[in-house]
Write a protein that binds this ligand. Structure first.
Ligand SMILES: Cc1cc2nc3c(=O)[nH]c(=O)nc-3n(C[C@H](O)[C@H](O)[C@H](O)COP(=O)(O)OP(=O)(O)OC[C@H]3O[C@@H](n4cnc5c(N)ncnc54)[C@H](O)[C@@H]3O)c2cc1C
Length: 371
């Protein structure tokens, strides 16, 4: 049986980028996916790169998001250069539209919150917002511009990361998933696959919302799927430059003219069906934000499963089983957090230290620590 320095379970953006980062450091890496890699959450995503917190509970993730955002331009350049593929990176900022009647108070609260977290945010009057984004509804009363945010074509990014990892020597196996971790006493010796075992010094679990279905992983990564439905629209009548947000929806322009609208957040198990109710919510909110979309063609609809941890924060780092690391639970921010996740896992494996404090995201926070 072949032995590797590192084996990874899961070939989405997270597993793929870890494989790339580690093989670039000269380690031998094997990645196993139970199906064709890159077809789950990383495919279904919207690809918005925004470290701004969506709720007070997410504030502790802001430093990690900022660190990842800072790495993004160089990360994209490397992935594109190694893979020879484009990723559709759009560092053009995002704009949050406010419909409220009390917009002045709301604006100053949002700006103060962002600035306090070190995030750049500028208030805009409605007319200035519509000058930047003429498709915005006449009902918009004010807006917040976040000039340092961005978006990326997550499908293209995932494919490019996997291609780059292969070109740097990572071995990628499709159609063979991990059943369990291979335990030898207090050590993890690798993965138990469908019909064989694969041995490694380090084992990384990056199987997204499916991570807890691998035997031995649930205590460290009790993730469950959070379904998100999306639609892709196209029309010559609406031109959007930046990602647009309202309270109910986001619209994400792609370089090829598509406008993505999303997304629902539903707890429906592993169900990926697109529903009439889900589409109704998304399309109504999209038209409220940019009325010209009423005539847009619906090109595609889909749903994907975000990996959600109990506190909605990522699960990153070593466990109390020697050699076993977890990298999942990225919930709504996995595309944003890809470069920093790959960097931190590589640092831990090659140097046993990390450059950003990740204690808050420890896989040991869900279980009583065992001595
Ligand atoms: C609708 C939607 C919109 C989103 N929008 C954004 C956004 O705008 N910005 C953002 O940053 N994030 C967003 N996200 C979240 C982001 O997409 C995820 O956090 C991220 O893709 C998770 O990546 P992953 O590699 O951990 O998981 P996945 O991409 O789900 O990959 C997991 C892989 O593991 C494999 N696998 C499963 N079981 C096994 C096994 N037993 N053994 C081996 N392999 C296995 C799967 O086949 C899959 O390939 C969105 C997600 C959704 C669904």
């Amino acid at each position: 049986m072949k032995k590797f320095d590192v084996v990874i379970a899961g070939g989405g953006v997270i597993g793929g980028s870890i494989a790339l980062e580690l093989s670039r450091s000269g380690l031998s890496v094997a990645l196993f996916d139970r199906q064709q890699p890159g077809q789950e959450a990383s495919w279904a995503s919207a690809g918005i790169l925004s470290p701004a917190p969506e709720s007070p509970g997410m504030v502790s993730m802001v430093p990690l998001g900022r660190a990842s955002m800072a790495l993004y331009p160089e990360f994209v350049a490397q992935v594109e250069e190694i893979s020879g593929m484009s990723t559709g990176f759009r560092p053009k900022g995002t704009l949050e539209a406010l419909f409220s009647h009390d917009t002045n108070a709301e604006l100053s609260t949002i700006i103060a919150l962002h600035n306090g977290l070190g995030l750049k945010a500028e208030p805009l009057r409605a007319e200035d917002a519509r000058e930047l984004e003429p498709s915005l509804s006449e009902e918009v009363e004010a807006a917040v511009l976040r000039p340092e945010e961005a978006s990326i074509d997550n499908r293209a990014l995932t494919a490019a990361i996997l291609q780059a990892a292969k070109r740097r020597g990572a071995e990628i196996f499709s159609g063979d998933g991990a059943k369990a971790i291979w335990r030898e006493g207090k050590r993890c010796a690798g993965l138990v696959l469908q019909n064989e075992k694969v041995e490694a010094n380090w084992t990384v679990i990056a199987a997204g919302c499916f991570s807890a279905t691998i035997d031995g992983i649930a205590p460290y990564a009790p993730v469950r799927p959070a379904k998100g439905q999306m639609a892709s629209l196209r029309t010559d009548d609406v031109k959007i430059e930046r990602v647009l947000w309202s309270e109910k929806i986001y619209l994400v322009p792609r370089n090829d003219g598509r406008i993505l609208a999303g997304a629902t957040v539903e707890h429906a198990g592993f169900d990926k069906r697109v529903t009439a109710g889900g589409m109704e919510k998304i399309l109504a909110a999209a038209i409220d934000l940019a009325p010209g979309l009423a005539n847009a063609r619906i090109e595609e609809t889909w749903a994907g499963l975000r990996p959600a941890s109990p506190d909605h924060l990522p699960i990153l780092g070593p466990t109390d089983i020697d050699g076993l690391l977890i990298a999942t639970g990225h919930f709504r921010s996995g595309i944003l957090l890809t470069p920093i996740t790959a960097r931190l896992i590589r640092e831990w494996i090659t140097e046993q230290r990390v450059s950003v404090d990740w204690e808050r995201f420890s896989p040991l926070r869900f279980s009583v620590r065992r001595e």
